[in-house]
Design a protein around this ligand. Structure first.
Ligand code: GRF
Length: 205
């Protein structure tokens, strides 16, 4: 059984979609930890209701927050196989990337490598896509490396936005695809169907 740690900073709708997929037995996985940099974010209330251990992290020492070395030790103890960034806004420190090489994935609400990088999250992404008058946006799930939104792409889905009137409409359409794609990728990883060959990510059937 794949043991996952989910990192969140916001409302937690992607975390919910993963939990649902597990509950409906679409994925054989267990959410063994939820981590956040924001103690009061709505996403952090979800694991507490289900008795899933939560950890708060900060890059700098702060009262009530754990540092990343503590987290790495915990993850080793919990035997975490995969880290899923589901709306986590902080950069993942290099020490965690080194320890979990090709075992950290992120969901991005646009088609990378466009509209990614530092500061490109949430509505900032959708506003930029809208202002550029893109006709298509989408969702990217990718491995996390030491640079923002730069790791190898696992899979992408396009979303037609040719008739939208506002960036909010883009967000509404894109999130529907996010909620399907992230559980899909976690399922694939849990079955060993995501491999890297010839420097490219391959999804096996
Ligand atoms: C999602 O759009 C995700 O792609 C982005 O942040 C948003 C998080 O939404 N990285 P939620 O907290 O999962 O509802």
């Amino acid at each position: 059984m794949l043991k996952i740690a989910v990192f969140v900073s916001g409302r937690g709708s992607n975390l919910k979609s993963i939990a649902e997929a597990i509950k409906n037995r679409e994925i054989e996985a267990e959410i063994a930890a939820v981590v956040s940099d924001k103690l009061d974010c709505p996403a952090f209330t979800i694991p507490r209701k289900h008795s899933i251990p939560t950890y708060s992290v900060s890059e700098e020492p702060k009262r009530g927050f754990n540092d990343y070395s503590f987290l790495i030790e915990k993850f080793m103890e919990l035997k975490i196989d995969l880290i899923v960034l589901a709306g986590f806004l902080k950069k993942i420190p290099d020490e965690l990337v080194d320890k979990f090489e090709n075992k950290i994935i992120n969901i991005h609400p646009a088609l990378l490598p466009s509209f990614g990088g530092k500061g490109m999250y949430g509505m900032n992404v959708h506003k930029a896509v809208f202002d550029r008058s893109c006709q298509v946006s989408g969702v990217t799930v990718h491995f996390v490396n030491k640079i923002y939104d730069n790791g190898k792409i696992i899979t992408q889905r396009c979303v037609d936005i040719s008739d939208v009137q506002t960036p909010e409409e883009i967000a509404e359409r894109v999130i529907i695809t996010e909620h399907k794609l992230l559980p899909f990728v976690i399922g694939k990883i849990s079955r060993g169907e995501v491999i890297i060959k010839n420097n490219r990510v391959l999804l096996l059937n």
